[in-house]
Design a protein around this ligand. Structure first.
Ligand code: FES
Length: 356
């Protein structure tokens, strides 16, 4: 009997989460995360491939099989304490898992779509807006992302949706794609070789969405990290979200600034205080730049001081050093950990995410 179970891949297993009390079923051959997302459960995650650690949770009871070795991501203390990676765990029995930050929000289960690149537009010298038409509408939450891939050509690259969602889903998606010289995918995008070509779009993925609240919003982006914030803020503006909003955007020089029109329109449309502050770290002197200079993180305290000790929420998207520098500064201002949400680029192209 055991032989037959192994042959046919075992039995469905029931997962119970604590403290939320959510239950879901994992079919044979699925990881815990795959099953949760397939059932619309907002299980914390990001990369989905065992590299970011966002899906960490505690095995309270039951047995699992490691699909990939957890030790690449988890510390010895975490392993000893029963921490597992949901994206790399296949249950061998029913499980009870302790999952921090599990929201009761229903997310659209990810699916596979076929897309055709219909337009690429220069935003800066090394960032393009890429529009992809899909074979059918894709529904997502503003702030989420999709994997783009071409079988046998390049593997999955993660890019945030830069357009706001629409009821019934979007038939055309836009992404901000930064050129990484020597990178197969972005070299193709920047040589024009992708226009008219088809690719696979898998999504939506990610836990980076605007939480419901009346509290002030602090959004901080670096590089091509404006994409999910544009999507999120345009969606919020259309929904008449009346929350004070501060956006800090870190770039190297004026040549790296983009999305001016989007933020000008948001400033007009926003129901409440809205401030967009670009901060340049390497703008040469004598260029006439009258705006702020330095690292964007060095400007957080000055601009966000009015929100110190409040219920303000922060949404950060960009390179890891920016996010790692910003988080302690936001905590110093008194923002709570559960109000800090971020989407880290784990490579220069926004090719991998870590979100919380
Ligand atoms: S390690 Fe599981 S989602 Fe990244």
């Amino acid at each position: 009997m055991g032989f037959l179970k192994n042959l046919f891949g075992g039995s469905p297993r029931t997962i119970t989460t604590e403290p939320a009390g959510l239950k879901f079923v994992v079919q044979p051959g699925q990881s815990v995360l795959e099953a949760a997302l397939g059932q619309g459960i907002a299980f914390p995650h990001s990369c989905t491939v065992g590299t970011c650690g966002s899906c960490k949770c505690k095995l309270v009871s039951g047995k699992i099989r490691e699909i990939a070795n957890f030790a690449y991501v988890l510390s010895a203390e975490e392993l000893q304490g029963g921490i597992i990676l949901a994206c790399q765990a296949a249950p061998r029995s029913d499980l009870i898992l302790e999952v921090a930050g599990l929201s009761d929000r229903h997310l659209t289960p990810p699916g596979d779509f076929t897309g055709t690149v219909i337009e690429t537009v220069d935003l800066t010298h090394d960032i393009k807006r890429v529009a992809i038409a899909l074979d059918r509408p894709l529904a997502f939450d503003a702030g989420q992302y999709a994997h783009l891939s071409a079988e046998g050509v390049w593997g999955a690259r993660a890019y945030s949706f830069a357009n706001p969602p629409r009821s019934g889903g979007c038939e055309t998606l836009t992404f901000f794609i930064r050129h990484v010289p020597g990178g197969l995918f972005t070299d193709l995008v920047f040589s024009g070789g992708l226009t008219g070509k088809t690719l696979k779009v898998h999504g939506p993925l990610g836990n980076f969405w605007l939480r419901e609240s009346r509290a002030p919003l602090i959004a901080i982006a670096g590089g091509s990290g404006l994409a999910p914030l544009v999507s999120m803020l345009q969606d919020a503006a259309a929904g008449n979200v009346g929350r004070p909003c501060l956006v800090l955007f870190g770039a190297r020089a004026q040549a790296d600034l983009y999305a001016h029109e989007e933020f000008a329109a948001l400033g007009q449309q926003w129901n409440g205080a809205f401030k967009f502050v670009p901060v340049l770290s390497d703008e040469p002197v004598n260029t006439g730049w009258a705006g702020e200079r330095g690292l964007v993180t060095a400007r957080i305290a000055a601009h966000a001081k009015d929100y110190a000790g409040s219920d303000a929420e922060a949404y950060l998207c960009g390179p890891p050093p920016m996010i790692d520098a910003a988080l302690p500064l936001l905590r110093e201002l008194g923002l709570r950990d559960d109000n800090l949400h971020f989407d880290k680029f784990l490579d220069g192209s926004h090719g991998l995410h870590r979100q919380e």
